[in-house]
Every structure is written in structure tokens, then in C-alpha cells.
Design a protein around this ligand. Structure first.
Ligand code: SF4
Ligand code: SF4
Length: 355
């Protein structure tokens, strides 16, 4: 089916669903409406502490916590290096890397991204056994939950997209084509990393380093928003007064990189997590490994009404066509376990699945 065909099928499908819902609402007696309302609230808040907190609020708070914690050493100014080290070392010793994007050598970093570390290790002539092993275990159990709950770049996009309730959902075929881009970026980045790895162990890396320039040691870094914000930004001569404003003119290529981060955030107003969906090579790798994770999302066929409702798909920030997957498990490499579909389902039909 052509893209236009798919789009009109989708629009038709959604319009039909809206029409059916409106008709149903008009004819429903008041009592039924009340019950429906009760059920909606019940479905949105599927756990015991629901009267006080809901899972969306919890995720937002966890995301905020990690947004600052990823660069935990920035707090040394207030709490002193010793306190901060004591607190964070417990985490760093257990989880030195996580399946997110976070640069290994950021000056304030307490944790690194698996993909960033794999690149660095390869280009240093080290095979990343431990990083790969830890990454596979985390993804096999939790899937891409770290993308949904921890990654600072995902968090920033999520928070920006909250400002605009009118999102754009590309047609399934267009979405599929755009998702391929991150796979291509992944192969280019890993090809260069492995090439460097071979050159380093053969002691012939000098020429390659000269030829690749800023792309030599981690080819994704120059366009990696986490690297730009957490590694490059602290190194820039930031103006501290009107007289030092001219420092900005010395930023050079960093200005272009900063503009790129700005574009990622602005576009997220209409296309939630578009960087994750279409450009992040780390996300592509994590999706490949974490697709069939132990913990995932499934639908209860007794409660789900896929013919008249598409609420879960409308709220999914990764634009996953949830209804096209089997009821038992949404085996999508794009699912970041954000649980937006769980909290928005009016029938409480979407649940966390184990196994
Ligand atoms: S896809 Fe990339 S940027 Fe998005 S949350 Fe995952 S690691 Fe972070
Ligand atoms: S399917 Fe549900 S849990 Fe997965 S990304 Fe979409 S909204 Fe989040």
C-alpha cells in the first residue's frame, strides 16, 4: 500500500473511530456515562497509591532526577567532592554504564552511556567485553526502559513536547523510512570504530586519525547532543559579564552544534522524541537487543477495544502502532517502556508484561 494510501487509511480509521465514539456518547444514558468516567479514571491510574501519585508523575520525577544526576559532580560546588563521591560511587560501582547516551569523559559525569563507551573502547584498541555484556543483560531484562526513564536527551525532548498538545504523527510508512536513518548512522559509526580498533592493534592508526579528524575517536560525538551539552559546553569560555560577551565569537563549530541541539528540542514540540525515533544510533542498537525483553507491554484482549479506540497510539511518544502487535506483547524495538499507553488507556487494557 502506498504512503498516501496508508495515511488516508489511518485518517479514515481515526475519523471512523472518533465518529463512532461521538455517536456512542450521544446515545448513552447518563448513568452509563458516569460509569464510563469512573472506568476511565480507574484505567488511567492502575496502582494502589494512585490517589496520591500516578505513574506518569513518577516517571517525570525519575527523569528529572537522572537529568541532573548524570552530571552529579556538578553538585560538588555545594556539597563538596567527598560527599558527592560517597553518594555516587555506590551507583557507579554497580552500574558504570547504562543503555543511554552520556559521554564517558564529560567533566561532571557519574555514569556513561553503553554506546558511547563501546565506541571509545574500540577506538582505544580495547574489545568492550564488559560494556557489551552489561548492556545486553540490562536490555534483555528491562528493554529500553533506560531510554524512557533515564536518558537525559530523551528527558529533555519529553519535557519540551509537553508544551504543545498538538502533535504530528507521520503515516506508518513514512515513520518506518525515517527510522531507518538511525540504523545507517549506527553502521557508519561502528564501521569507523572497528576500523580504528584494527588500526590501533596493528600500530598503524596515525594516518587514520589524521584523515578522520574530529570523527576519529567517536564518530558520533560531533553530533551527539549529550556530548555537545555535557562534554563540550563546560569546556567553552562562557561569557561572565558584558565585557566578555565576545567569547561567544570564539566558539566556532560549537555554535553550529548548539544550534543542532536547539533544533532537536524545537522540533520535539511537534514530533515527540524525533531524535530518538529517527537519528539516535544508540537507540537503534538498544532496540535491536532489547526488543524481546523480559519486561514489556501487552494488551488484555478482554478489555481492549481496538476497533473503536486508538488512544494508546495517539499518546505513544515513539509513534508505535500498538494495535498492530499481538495482544500478548508489544515486541517493538521502539518501545521505551514509558507507560504513557498504560496510563492513558480508558479501559485499563494495557499492562506491564513479564516474559
Ligand atoms: S534513543 Fe538515544 S537519545 Fe533517545 S533516549 Fe535512547 S539513548 Fe537517549
Ligand atoms: S508502546 Fe507504550 S510504553 Fe511503549 S513507547 Fe509507546 S506509549 Fe511508551
Amino acid at each position: 500500500m502506498s504512503e498516501e494510501g496508508e495515511r488516508s487509511e489511518q485518517i479514515g480509521e481515526e475519523a471512523k473511530s472518533e465518529e463512532t465514539k461521538t455517536k456512542k456518547k450521544e446515545s448513552a444514558p447518563k448513568k452509563e456515562k458516569k460509569e464510563d468516567k469512573k472506568r476511565k479514571v480507574k484505567g488511567r491510574i492502575p496502582w494502589p497509591l494512585s490517589k496520591i501519585v500516578n505513574i506518569r508523575m513518577v516517571r517525570r520525577l525519575v527523569q528529572l532526577f537522572f537529568l541532573f544526576a548524570i552530571n552529579g559532580y556538578i553538585f560538588t560546588a555545594w556539597f563538596g567532592a567527598e560527599q558527592v563521591t560517597l553518594f555516587w560511587e555506590q551507583f557507579r560501582n554497580v552500574l558504570p554504564t547504562l543503555p543511554i547516551i552520556a559521554p564517558l569523559e564529560a567533566p561532571f559525569a557519574i555514569i556513561a552511556g553503553s554506546f558511547d563507551t563501546i565506541q571509545r573502547e574500540f577506538t582505544a584498541g580495547i574489545f568492550p567485553f564488559f560494556t557489551l555484556g552489561a548492556m545486553i543483560i540490562i536490555l534483555a531484562v528491562l528493554g529500553r526502559a533506560a531510554c524512557g526513564w533515564v536518558c537525559p536527551i530523551g528527558t529533555m525532548q519529553d519535557y519540551v513536547s509537553l508544551l504543545n498538545p498538538n502533535k504530528v504523527r507521520p503515516a506508518p510508512n513514512t515513520e518506518e523510512e525515517l527510522r531507518r536513518v538511525k540504523g545507517y548512522i549506527f553502521f557508519i559509526v561502528m564501521f569507523l570504530a572497528v576500523w580504528m580498533f584494527i588500526s590501533v592493534i596493528q600500530n598503524s592508526a596515525e594516518n587514520l586519525v589524521d584523515a578522520l579528524g574530529i570523527f576519529a575517536f567517536a564518530a558520533f560525538d560531533p553530533v551527539n547532543p549529550a556530548y555537545i551539552l555535557f562534554k563540550l559546553a563546560p569546556e567553552q569560555p562562557w561569557p561572565t559579564s558584558i565585557e566578555t560577551l565576545w567569547y561567544i565569537s570564539t566558539w566556532g563549530i560549537f555554535l553550529v552544534q548548539l544550534a543542532f541541539v536547539g533544533i532537536i528540542l524545537i522540533v520535539s514540540l511537534w514530533f515527540p522524541r524525533w531524535f530518538c525515533r529517527w537519528l539516535c544510533p544508540a537507540g537503534w542498537l538498544y532496540g535491536l537487543v532489547g526488543r524481546d525483553s523480559l519486561i514489556g507491554i501487552g494488551r488484555n484482549p478482554a478489555k481492549c477495544t481496538p476497533d473503536i479506540c486508538n488512544k494508546c497510539e495517539v499518546v505513544c511518544p515513539m509513534n508505535i502502532r500498538i494495535r498492530r502487535f499481538p495482544y500478548s506483547h508489544v515486541h517493538s524495538p521502539e518501545c521505551i517502556l514509558c507507560l504513557e499507553c498504560v496510563s492513558h488507556c480508558p479501559n485499563g487494557a494495557i499492562q506491564i508484561k513479564f516474559g
